[in-house]
Design a protein around this ligand. Sequence first.
Ligand code: SF4
Length: 107
Amino acid sequence: MHPKMKNIDKIRVEWDRRCHRCGRCCYEKIDFEGRIYYTDIPCEHLDLKTNLCRVYPERDKVRPGCIRLTPDSVAKGFLPADCPYVADLDDYPAPSMTDEESDSCNS
Ligand code: SF4
C-alpha cells in the first residue's frame, strides 16, 4: 500500500472515532425556512437498541437521502450542538430539537 493511502486510512479512522454512536443524527429532520428541526421519528434503518445503522456499509444505496459526514456537510447544521463533529465549531447553526430531553448526543 502506498504510504499516502495509509495516511488517508488513518485520517478516516480518526474521523470515524469522533462519533460516540448516540444515534441522534439518524432521526428525521425538517427543514423549515432554512432552519433544521429534529423530529422524534428514527430512520427505519436505525437499530434503536444499539443506536447503530443496520445498513451502514450500503446506506447510500439503501437510503439515498442519507448524508455522509464530511468536514463540509457537518457544518450545515444537522448534527446536535454537542456532537463531537461540531462541538468546537464557532457559530455552528445547531438544529432545534422537538424534545429537549433528547437534545444531547451524550446519552
Ligand atoms: S450525533 Fe454525532 S455522535 Fe451522535 S451518532 Fe450522530 S455523528 Fe455520532
